[in-house]
Design a protein around this ligand. Structure first.
Ligand code: ADP
Ligand code: MG
Length: 560
């Protein structure tokens, strides 16, 4: 009988803490054991590359998961490097000891290899569901196999064992279910399959399981028989590493739903495979609907960030400018190191390059949508146009050139949304300015006396109903060298000399009346004047200077 060795004191405490707190969901033990198996196969693969006496045969490398319900045993088996007695002792006897990290350091592996482990705690997560864990392992470097066994708290035993081929088998004696916790699930074929899909879908080696299914009989299609066959559960190649031509819109939509990017269908997806200054693959989505918390502090922008198929961060905010914060998706780059910290990421040159690249791709995509899929673009704009207008104004207008061509405003012409380019394109020959009017609603704006004269000239007016509209164009100042002008401003740039002379003479003729009015309205208005811009209305209010009456209202309502 092998002597029982104690875990080191700290290890025992750590084990308790870990089992009870690190992992919020028990099911992830399977992810950890499968990642270890994948690491072990990677190491074998690496060995084969560096040692001519080992022949590498793709089919020999797999992970197999099987459940024996009657005996409550779940088995995870791999054909990886295995462990020697010393390695068993070191790696499974000491918590927070990672053989995988040591392997990477010793072999100075930088890229091209995809070993996941580095913290040395994943293995013990098995004790969340196990009464006893038994490991049979045979190293590719030695002839003798060993058995390691532990029930968690009481330490572990190691003794020689029989095993023909190199690799590791992990046997989990699954706990009995209690009222609080159901462990039977971890012996159910369907449940195991779905856990594997959820966490380990992109593991590069096949994860196999014997699956029992009802299949139609060969000679009699009406009748079914139970057939058990070995199936590969994981898709191995992540969707973003697949070729665009192999994928359909439905595949992308399914991915969008699977990753829980939103409950809507995406309006648009962009699949990128960049092989330039920095290498990365990405799938980006433009959602159709505004997330309920989008325009609040609670909304967290960001893209999923992977390093060669392994998740680094669920929401990497640095990859998206605020004004494109609505974009969802994933980025995978082999140029990023896995064990990079959140703080370091911010300053990472590769990441900054990827971010810059992604920004320009999104901009291009939106521009092409505006040009070629107008209806979709307007749907998008309904949800996120406000964000773009905020974007123009943010950072003292630093991004205005990126955004000005993406803006739409409601227009007096045809009562539709127009872009600034479209407005300028159809400006009248004698028209100097881009006119706009502000108000609570399109109806209200339409009835403003100030709009009349401009419309009479056949000029188009942009109708601004959102607070941010006027702020945004004040930041832009002009578009295509055409300045913006409020129809409520003093000088509309329409009045002819003749008009002005007439206005002046009327002003003189009625001087007494105007002075009287001015006295009556003292403190409320600055001046009372004759105007040529009125047609059917007897009087209108005009703003003094650059700030429109609407804008003044907003400014006054703001806290100091
Ligand atoms: P990590 O994977 O972060 O290194 P783990 O606790 O998951 O930490 O595993 C500890 C170590 O045990 C690994 O680094 C590896 O050296 C060894 N190990 C675990 N599982 C296997 C396996 N299936 N085959 C070979 N070695 C393994
Ligand atoms: Mg691990």
């Amino acid at each position: 009988m092998a002597a029982t060795k104690q875990f080191e004191a700290e290890s025992k405490r750590l084990l308790d803490i870990m089992i009870n707190s690190i992992y919020s969901q028990k099911e992830i033990f399977l992810r950890e054991l499968i990642s270890n198996a994948s690491d072990a196969i990677d190491k074998m693969y690496y060995k084969a590359l560096t040692d001519d006496s080992i022949t590498f045969n793709q089919d020999d490398f797999y992970i197999k998961v099987s459940a024996d319900k009657d005996n409550r045993i779940l088995k995870i088996e791999d054909t990886g490097v295995g462990m020697t007695e010393e390695e068993l002792e070191q790696n499974l006897g000491t918590i927070a000891q990672s053989g995988s990290l040591a392997f990477k350091n010793e072999n100075e592996i930088e890229d091209g290899h995809d070993i996941i482990g580095q913290f040395g705690v994943g293995f013990y997560s098995a004790f969340m569901v196990a009464d006893t864990v038994t490991v049979y392992t045979k190293s590719a470097d030695s002839g003798q196999a060993f058995k390691w066994q532990s029930n968690g708290a009481e330490g572990y035993t190691i003794e020689p064992a029989e095993k023909e081929t190199h690799g590791t088998q992990i046997l989990i004696q699954v706990k009995e279910s209690s009222e609080e916790e159901n462990y039977d699930d971890y012996l159910e074929e369907n449940r195991l399959q779905s856990i594997i899909k959820k966490y380990s879908d992109y593991i590069r080696y096949p994860i196999k399981m014997d699956v029992t299914e009802q299949q139609p009989q060969e000679d009699n299609e009406e009748e079914t028989v139970e057939v058990t066959e070995e199936q590969t559960i994981n898709s191995m190649i992540p969707i973003w590493k697949k070729n665009k031509s192999e994928l359909t819109d439905e595949d992308y939509e399914a991915f969008y739903a699977e990753r829980r990017y939103g409950f809507d269908k995406p309006l648009k997806h962009v699949h990128l495979s960049i092989d330039g200054q920095v290498r990365y693959q990405a799938i980006l989505f433009i959602p159709e609907n505004t997330p309920f918390d989008y325009y609040t502090q609670d909304y967290e922008k960001g893209l999923e960030l992977y390093s060669n198929g392994v998740l680094i961060m669920e929401k990497c905010a640095d990859l998206l400018p605020d004004y494109f914060g609505f974009v969802k998706g994933i980025v995978d780059s082999e140029d990023l190191s896995l064990n990079i910290s959140r703080e370091m990421l911010q300053h990472d040159r590769q990441l900054r390059l990827i971010g810059k690249n992604i920004k320009s791709k999104i901009k291009k995509e939106l521009q092409s949508m505006l040009k070629n899929e107008r209806e979709n673009y307007e749907k998008f704009y309904q949800s996120f146009g406000r964000q773009l207008k905020f974007g123009v104004q943010m950072d003292y207008g630093a991004n205005k050139d990126d955004l000005k061509d993406l803006l739409l405003f409601y227009s007096s012409k045809e009562k539709k949304m127009v872009s600034l380019a479209e407005y300028v394109e159809r400006m009248k020959d004698d028209q100097q300015y881009i006119y706009y009017a502000t108000g609570e609603s399109y109806d209200r704006i339409e009835k403003l006396p100030q709009t009349e004269m401009v419309l009479d000239k056949g000029y188009e007016i942009l109708y601004f109903t959102e607070d941010i509209d006027e702020f945004a164009i004040k930041t832009l100042m002009s578009y295509d060298d055409k300045e913006f002008k409020s129809v409520a401003s003093g000088d509309l740039g329409i009045e002819s000399e003749e008009d002005e002379e007439k206005e002046e003479s009327e002003q003189q003729e009625n001087k007494e009346m105007f002075d009287e009015l001015k006295n009556l309205l003292a403190g409320k208005v600055k001046d009372v004047r004759a105007s040529k811009r009125l047609k059917s209305h007897p009087v209108c209010l005009t703003a003094d200077g650059e700030v429109s009456i609407e804008m003044e209202k907003i400014l006054q309502s703001m806290p100091d």
